[in-house]
Design a protein around this ligand. Structure first.
Ligand SMILES: C[S@@+](CC[C@H](N)C(=O)[O-])C[C@H]1O[C@@H](n2cnc3c(N)ncnc32)[C@H](O)[C@@H]1O
Length: 290
């Protein structure tokens, strides 16, 4: 393990927590290889719109988990490399690539280590993509953006599709609890990453549903870092990227993260009817200058 200012022991605890959660999540998804090979993909239209034409593009998918979205990007014509800290997720992704026959290169690594190595090797990508529950696991979003800027080709772009920091103000019952100006504060959760795939039903499992693991309890704690819109924009700006697009959505895709969320067409989750419209998801495209 490298010695630097990052809280590596907390990243490692997250790795173990994600290993346990990933096994539970995949237990609910039947025949993923057959689905990807013959029937569809797992991306939402919102990220497809921001990614643009992927044919012939070299794309890096950061925090790719089990590779379903990565292989979906490959189906749309990209050459894909996926990176994730979870052993279970990367083992699953490699097998999914073999079983589906869709090519993808998957590496198990801490994202910060992987980016440092890529910079040393002068690896370059057309697009860096990350989505849906990724930035809360970054202990330093400024370092992350800086590294990404270094591995993009001129005119290359960072595409981020994420749950909105505004949603992170709320407890599960929608009571206001958390600070909007957390300044990268670390939150430790004794309950590890939960089984949000079981809670979401078909919304996170377009290939169908299996009962799978029942009443999953994750006994490995996890640690999240809170970044607000200022951090998200400013980290890319400070890294020298130009914000080309920033979009907010009044729904979140797939996951029913808070109580009573209402599913509407497109697997979009809205707040319960007694609440006003609010931003639950955002998309960003940040481009490296020529
Ligand atoms: C909510 S998942 C992202 C899901 C992803 N959008 C997908 O395509 O399925 C968050 C991922 O971040 C990974 N992760 C957390 N900390 C990490 C780190 N320091 N380095 C690399 N991956 C990390 C976890 O293992 C997990 O797979």
């Amino acid at each position: 393990m490298k010695s630097d200012s990052l809280p590596r022991q907390l990243h490692e605890e997250n790795r173990r927590s994600w290993n346990a959660a990933t096994e539970a999540h995949n237990s609910h998804k039947p025949d993923q290889a057959g689905f990807l090979r013959d029937r569809g993909h797992t991306l939402f239209p919102e990220e497809i719109e921001l990614l643009g034409d992927l044919r012939g593009k070299k794309i890096l998918h950061l925090q790719c988990n089990s590779g379903q979205d990565s292989l979906s990007l490959a189906k749309l014509g990209a050459t894909v490399a996926g990176v994730d800290i979870s052993d279970t997720a990367i083992a699953f992704a490699k097998q999914l690539s073999l079983d589906s026959g869709i090519p993808g290169k998957f590496v198990r690594a801490d994202v910060f280590d992987w980016l440092d190595d890529a910079i040393l090797k002068t690896d370059q990508y057309d697009i860096v993509f990350s989505s849906y529950g990724a930035i809360c696991w970054l202990s330093d979003i400024y370092r992350w953006a800086d590294c990404i800027a270094k591995i993009l080709i001129p005119n290359g772009k960072l595409v981020l599709m994420e749950f909105h920091p505004y949603m992170m103000l709320f407890e599960e019952d929608w009571s206001l609890k958390y600070d909007y100006f957390p300044d990268g504060k670390c939150m430790h959760w004794d309950d590890g990453i939960g089984d949000y795939v079981a809670l979401a039903g078909s919304a996170l499992s377009p290939m169908g549903q299996l009962e799978g693991v029942k009443d999953f309890k994750n006994t490995t704690p996890c640690n999240e870092w809170m970044w607000n819109i200022q951090d998200i924009l400013q980290s890319s700006i400070q890294a020298g990227l130009i914000i080309r697009l920033f979009k907010e959505y009044p729904y979140s895709n797939g996951a029913k993260l808070l109580d009573g969320m209402i599913e509407k067409p497109g697997r979009r989750m809205y707040p319960p009817a007694y609440l006003p419209a609010m931003p639950l998801m955002f998309g960003m495209v940040a481009q490296k200058p020529e």
